[in-house]
Design a protein around this ligand. Sequence first.
Ligand SMILES: Cc1cc2nc3c(=O)[nH]c(=O)nc-3n(C[C@H](O)[C@H](O)[C@H](O)COP(=O)(O)OP(=O)(O)OC[C@H]3O[C@@H](n4cnc5c(N)ncnc54)[C@H](O)[C@@H]3O)c2cc1C
Length: 494
Amino acid sequence: MTLTTPIGLAAHEARVADDLISLNWPGKAWMPTLRHDGEPIDDVVIIGAGQAGLAAAFGLAQQGIIATLLDRAPAGDEGPWATTARMETLRSPKELTGPAMGIPSLTFRAWFIAQFGDVAWRALDKIPRLQWMDYLRWYRRVTRALVVNGCEVLRVEPTAQPWVRLHVREDGVERVRLARRVVLATGRDGLGGPAIPDFVRGLPRRRWAHSSDPIDASRLRGLRVAVVGAGSSAMDSAATALEHGAASVDFLIRRPDIPRINKSKASGVPGLTHGHYDLPDAWKWRIRHYINAQQVPPPRGSTLRVSRHPNAYFHVDCPVTAVRTLPEQPDGTPGALRIQTRLGELEADFLIVSTGFVIDWAQRPEFAAFAHCVRTWGERHRPDPADADAELRDSPDLGPVFEFQEKTPGACPGVSRIHAFCYPAALSFGTISGDIPAISDGARRLATGLASLFYREDVEHHWQVLQAYAEPELQGDEWTRADPAARFIGPDRA
Ligand SMILES: Cc1cc2nc3c(=O)[nH]c(=O)nc-3n(C[C@H](O)[C@H](O)[C@H](O)COP(=O)(O)OP(=O)(O)OC[C@H]3O[C@@H](n4cnc5c(N)ncnc54)[C@H](O)[C@@H]3O)c2cc1C
């Protein structure tokens, strides 16, 4: 069907509501209410209300389980899209169904066509970054996600009791929450933070930024900017600097060429989405290590956004070995950064390191109470030395519902009540816990897995419910007992 006239968002929302009713959504409540000191305990608390947290909450609601989402960001600013991301459009193709959880009216496509029509959809190349954020805000509203914004989780403490204790700061006030299960939907850097190369460690902080930092691009006007790396975020940072009047941008690229092929695209098949978890360890490692080592190229559009500026310079085979700050000039101008590379020395005024993210618990004080007892892949699998990979080594070795497992059994009771639904789950599960392509698959796995864990844990309660269940189907007046003599010929009737 071709929709030339958009139906409008209100009419579309009526369609969404109808779809959800058709699927009996939200699922019927079936969980017992657990209390501690008279206070009800949350069934599930999700830390992070980005697309992963929202999809998980919706998946749980489909199972009749209510989740509360906590996010330190203000409402509508969750995740990188409207804050630190700098690309013009998403990198993903527009057709991906993202967090729609199999419901056609919840897709970006349906939301877009309802407002702008079919012709505009066909004309759209890739999804504008801020429009994706608008869509997520809408998704949150129509799926009625229970989000507490401005709520920073300060400490997550597993306990020997059937709940996890969360210390949170909400509107400036610290309080404790209890939850039976906690989901970390904390994003790309969900168990760590930016990877910071050693060569910037001694530099004044105002002279450099990681590409995931908020950067006031207007400060870069007239400056010579150097960018370390050549991935997507490096391109986006460089383009932003150039568009804000940077005098020049020099890319310092360690590799002899910029990667051209996105190998992870070839891996995104349903077999991997649903089967990665069950692969032998050696295959899991081999596939993830290969994708890591090949690296993901920046999109062509993002690269052209940079190279159309005549003052953008690409230097390959150019690893940085050291950076120092030259003395301040007599007029008070700060001294330049002198960057030492394999190709020679380069002067710049500002340095952006686009060096990705690492799993580094030290950057996540909120997880300090249990980080030391989480089993990692380094303890599970010894790869061939040629396939050594620090990211994979440090990845948590997760159970089938994304739950952490104890390094030493019995040493950290309750840690398996914490579920890592964030990027570092990739070695255990493939990329189903953050990126747009398979986020619904991951959320469904998490939600159905949690339903199963809750049922097992509460089976005594459900057994009581089963026995006490007394809603009659028949009233007893629907049938009468027949007279056997009238119907049967038998020895005693002869
Ligand atoms: C610049 C950039 C561009 C990307 N582009 C694409 C793309 O085009 N296609 C694609 O498929 N993927 C892309 N990704 C990867 C991925 O889709 C995004 O990282 C996405 O945001 C992941 O969603 P998420 O919900 O897992 O995490 P996020 O969106 O990062 O949400 C995590 C939330 O957790 C909250 N949080 C974390 N810790 C705490 C705490 N202690 N207390 C309270 N709140 C906390 C944060 O405030 C945040 O809102 C991109 C990533 C980046 C960084």
